[in-house]
Design a protein around this ligand. Sequence first.
Ligand code: KG4
Ligand code: ZN
Length: 359
Amino acid sequence: MSELQARGPLVLGIESSCDETAAAVVDVDGLVLSDVVRSQIALHAPFGGVVPELAARDHVRAVVPVVEHALTEAGIRLADVDAIAVTHRPGLIGALLVGVQAAKGLAWAADRPLVGVDHLVGHLLSPFLRRGDDAVASPPYPFVGLLVSGGHSALYRCEGPLAESIHELGATRDDAVGEAFDKVAKLLGLGYPGGPVIDRLAASGDPSRSFPLTPPMAHRDSLELSFSGLKSAIARRLEAGSLDGDEAVADACAAFQRVVVDTLVTKTLRAARREGVDTVVVAGGVACNRELRARMAEACGLRGLRFVAPSPRNCTDNAAMIAFAGAAKFVAGRTADFALAPMTVTELPRVTRKGRGLR
Ligand code: KG4
Ligand code: ZN
């Protein structure tokens, strides 16, 4: 057993919804005993985005060694876990299928309960994970959660750890924020994934030297988001040939990131005010963004709101957040049977649908 003292049930989590094969062992309080993430970035980089069939095949190769590694790192055997949690939605169907089938096999072999976890719930609970070395104070419920990743971008009111306590307040009508970072980086020839490289280049660029970008969905009362217009605006500048040289590219990155961050901070604070909550959480891969973290912390501080940002390693896809969300379901008696099936959509009810506004 790991030298960290686990309390209560231990859950093995498995994540394979997109391009990371991950497994982790976490206790019911969020203490992480192991957290193994095998990224497929190099596999998909030549294509500038995730290729679903390649992702599924690579998960097949990786899932057993990754689970074994997670158990070894935690210093336990499969028989020591109390439940096996797996991401079963939303995500790429072939990729999800690999994790779900592996989890079923392990649950059957070890005679342990199986728990199906929604990936978005996992992200929203990531600030509860603790490692001893990077202890972030857990957010109190209720909080407003801004979930910004490569596949999803939405604001939620979170009243507890179960899906029925999490309510979408508004979401993107088109691209997810991370998707916009990735597409803009691809247009600018900066490689994949785009978020980290734009984050880095933006720090050396000057947004005011670049061309103006209109903040999307700026209507006063809206909590909806939209990012595809920003990508198109940059594409038009490129076509017009006015984005030449490293300095112009860095300035464009800074301008793009500035308008995205402005939008996210404005909408998140609006949601907190409207919901009457005093805690704000950011989650998902884009929550690694340094300007977003700094500006959100500053804006929350000015308004007397508590701001909780998970450590960057807990923001990008991982299985520790899945194990923790699974532990909450396990103690609530929400286990699944072997009919558990992967699904491409989240179980969280939506108020905004892609391509459409509020219903
Ligand atoms: O949460 P995640 O690992 O996977 C999904 O569930 O989608 O998020 C991946 C996304 C990618 O689009 C990546 O470009 C973005 O997070 N990302 C960032 C940063 N680091 C990762 N975006 C902006 N700034 C960053 N520093
Ligand atoms: Zn994710």
